[in-house]
Design a protein around this ligand. Structure first.
Ligand code: HEM
Length: 165
């Protein structure tokens, strides 16, 4: 079992390094795009951002989340700090979707799209990543009472895992 945990943790960390690097570099690459590009520059930025998003950053995100979910069930980390981490990860997924939207805007609104928020978007993404890293490395004691009742009451349904309490 330990080797499985070690393997999935290595895959998780390696994939999220690629994912996070992509979420920093993509907004910066998008900001290279100007409203009136010449054909060569348009081709370069369009190809770079499209290939990076669809063939590198998105697959890395899927692998990072998949390996993370496997780790969750292997280690049984059903604690409040982990709920907070998942909330922060959902924010990162929103940043990822926004980057994808910007990539498609270059193609669909050629001539009137201006590369949006380059450095500010990259810094925003970094802030979310730091938040996740603080949660996962510090694992703060968050009292269960901060969660609403409906998240703490059993529904009598069968769980896929052993009872975490
Ligand atoms: C749905 C997405 C994710 C899930 C389900 C998930 C799940 C997990 C689990 C279960 C662990 C093992 C925790 C432990 O050993 O106690 C872990 C470790 C880790 N995760 Fe994630 N994770 C996700 C996304 C992320 C993201 C986006 C980041 C960073 C930006 C991240 C950073 C880390 C790090 C650095 C570790 C190693 C922590 C350690 O060994 O102490 N994870 N993750």
């Amino acid at each position: 079992m330990t080797w499985l945990v070690v393997t999935f943790k290595m895959v998780h960390v390696a994939a999220l390094m690629v994912w996070c690097a992509g979420l920093v570099l993509l907004p910066l690459a998008l900001s290279l795009h100007t409203a009136t590009p010449n054909q060569q520059r348009f081709n370069r930025v369009r190809l770079l951002t499209h290939v990076a998003y669809t063939q590198i950053v998105t697959p890395a995100a899927v692998i990072a989340v998949g390996a993370g979910l496997l780790l969750l069930f292997l280690l049984g980390v059903f604690e409040p700090w982990f709920g907070a981490k998942l909330l922060a990860v959902s924010l990162l997924v929103v940043c990822h979707a926004w980057a994808g939207h910007q990539v498609s805007q270059i193609a669909e609104r050629r001539g009137c799209y201006e590369g949006a928020f380059g450095v500010r978007a990259a810094l925003g993404n970094v802030a979310v990543m730091i938040g996740i890293l603080v949660l996962v490395l510090w694992k703060p004691e968050i009292p269960e009472e901060v969660m609403p009742d409906w998240l703490r009451s059993p529904y009598g349904a069968r769980l896929w895992v052993d009872d975490p309490s």
